[in-house]
Structure formats: C-alpha cells, structure tokens
Design a protein around this ligand. Sequence first.
Ligand SMILES: [Zn+2]
Length: 421
Amino acid sequence: MRDKLLHWLDTERDRQLEFLQAFTRIDTCNPPGDTTEAAQFFRKFLDAEGIAHRTEAPQQIFPNLISTFEGKSPGRHLVLNGHLDVFPIGDRSVWKHDPLSGDIVDGRVYGRGTVDMKCGTTALLFVHAYLHRLRHELPGKVTLTVVSDEETGGRWGADWLVRNCAAEVLGDCVLNTEPSGIHTVRFGEKSMLWVRFRIAVPGGHSAYPHTSPSANKIAASLIKDLEAIEAMVPDEPETVRQTLQRGEVMEAADRSLGQGGAGVMRRVSVNLGTLQGGVKINLLPAECVLDVDFRPPVGITRAAVMEKVTAIVARYPMVSVEELLSGNPESTWSDPTHEMMGHLTRNAAAALGYPPQPIVSLGGTDTRFWRRAGVPCFVYGCSPAGMGGIDEAVSIAEFRHVMHVHALAACDYLMAGRLSG
Ligand SMILES: [Zn+2]
C-alpha cells in the first residue's frame, strides 16, 4: 500500500501543483471570506475522483465540505482538516508577484494564502483521494473536512461542524496541515483572551492638569501593570512539561517560531494591539481605549489571567473591562506521546534525515475545536515564514514533503488500528 501511495505522490506531481496554483487564483480572502467558488473547485475534484461528499453551509458564503469513506473493515476513524479562507491581500500594488497569480518562481508558488494554508489543504485533499483509492485494502474510515471562516474564528466553519456534525467529523484522531515548519509537529496551542480596557475621566484644558486626571497617563501606567502578567508561571501537565523542557525541543521551537519563540511558547504574551486616546494636543484626554490580546500557554487558564486582570484593574476605579471573543476554547493540547506523533515523526525523519520535534503552537488553529471535544490533533505543515505577508510563497519541495508525510502517517495509523484489533 505504501508503494502505491508513493507512486501516486510521485507520478501526480504536476496535477498536485496545478491544483494548488488554480486554488491560489481563486480569491478566498477573509474578510469577506467568501469560499463558494473554492468549495466548488474542491467538489469538482472529488467528483472526478468518484469520492462522495456533502456541503454544510450554515452561512451561504461559508460552505464546509465533509467527505467520508469507509475502508474494507471496521477500525479507526481518521479526520483530515484544512481551511479554504486566507488573510486579506492589503495593497495589491506593492506585491512583486500578484497575490492571485499562483506563479512559480525559483521553486515556490506565489500568492496570498499559499503558506496559510492553501498548500496544506491541497495536500490533504490529495491524501484523501489516495487513501480513497486504497479503501478496499484499508481498515477504518477517513473523513476530510474542508472548512471556511478559519481566519475569523471558525464560528461558521470548524466550530460549527464540530458542534453540529459531531458524529461525522469528530473521529479518533485529526491531522491538520497548518504551517508548522517541517522541523516541528504541533501537539497543542496557546489560547486567546482579548480584553478591552476603557478609561474614562472628566478631561479638560491641558493648562489645567489639576482639574482632571489624564486618561492617556492612566493607560501608560495600566499597560506597565498588565505586562507583569507575562511572569505568570504555567502549571503544565507532566507529559507536556517533560516534552517541552527537552533541549532539542526548545531548539527546534526557536528555529520554527523564530529566536525567542521557545520562551513565548511557555508564557502568557501580552500584546497592546490598539490604543486610542485623546482628541487634541491641548486637551486633557477624557477617554482612552486599549485592546489587549493575551495568549495564555498550556497550563494557564484564561480565567487565571482574567483574575490577574481584575486584580490590576481594581486599582484603577476609572477603568472598565470588557472581554471580547467570549466562548473561545482554553489552550488545548494532545498527548505528545500519542501514537500519531510517532507516525508523523518517523515518516518525516525518513525523508528529512532527522526527526521533527513536538512543540506547542503560538497561534490558534481549528484543531482547538476537536481537542476541546477530546479528540487528539496533530499539526504538521510547511514553514510559516511569510504567511500573511506581502509576496507570500510556499516552497514546492515542502508542499510535496508535507503531502508525503501525511499520506504515509495516515496509512500507518489506519493499518495499526487493524493490528491492534
Ligand atoms: Zn491557517
């Protein structure tokens, strides 16, 4: 079976690449996040392969595809997950390679979303098709989920599917191809806590500072206090702690996330995203609004961060607090010693010459919705470098590598399900 997979992975290289280029030419920028044309493009491919599928579209412009097939005998249910929507393009004129071109230059496919995650979603589509061709030999069941609305929170995409089509999409294990860097497999991710601080004071003429405090000066002091939250010490589950503290893991994390990323992976980050205060140079600012993005690591709950926030704000009676993004899951993690980690690592190492290391993702992915439901998820994808930026481009070699590793890991996982009875 592995030979057949390797054969298709190799002989259909042109078809895989052409699909990725054509997918890149379909605008799926979010906002607005309209993925109807892209979903149709995927359906056409599945139809051509004779693979059954259906569409769930809780919002018309956010279709989600579900494609399930059964193997020859009962076994494990493997789920493959990727998203269709991508970051916005911004000013198109500053791109050297048009963001909707899919042009190939020096071994890279150019275009918005090629890294995050059109290459990964394309890879899983082909993996799904190849596994489907082996369905008379494979045990178990495979479900491909191709979703919308990832870049804006997943409410109408993965979150919706997991809540409303649980029996079909939850499965026993999830593979996802978000850009992780080929040196690392991500078994968990930090969570998000978005908080708006509103400072309101009387204000007045700047020549009369004795008549009112300044909302902006209070903001400056508040920001300093909030930064202290970064010092919170996580209470990591033992298996996570043992994994992350290994020298080679921290090294790989720095390589994958950028120097310093390994430290950020294990602590709360505090980003003052926007700050709006005052209206004029010679007025005492009466209002200042700060939007702060906290990213708690595994081992620190959002509630624990919120408790610190509340304690800090209690020292500032003129500050009110509003939590944005409510209902977002906690930081999620799957067992880094899970069997799937072995399949991914072994197959990747055979191709790379060294094993990728298990780390926690700084950013969020749709896997959090599956992990929240108790399903183990593992993320392995191309290098995140350049994602969301100008002249985003994915390495064709990495695109092929990712497809190769997922195809073999998926096959090994399903086969091991038969062996373990
Ligand atoms: Zn993504």
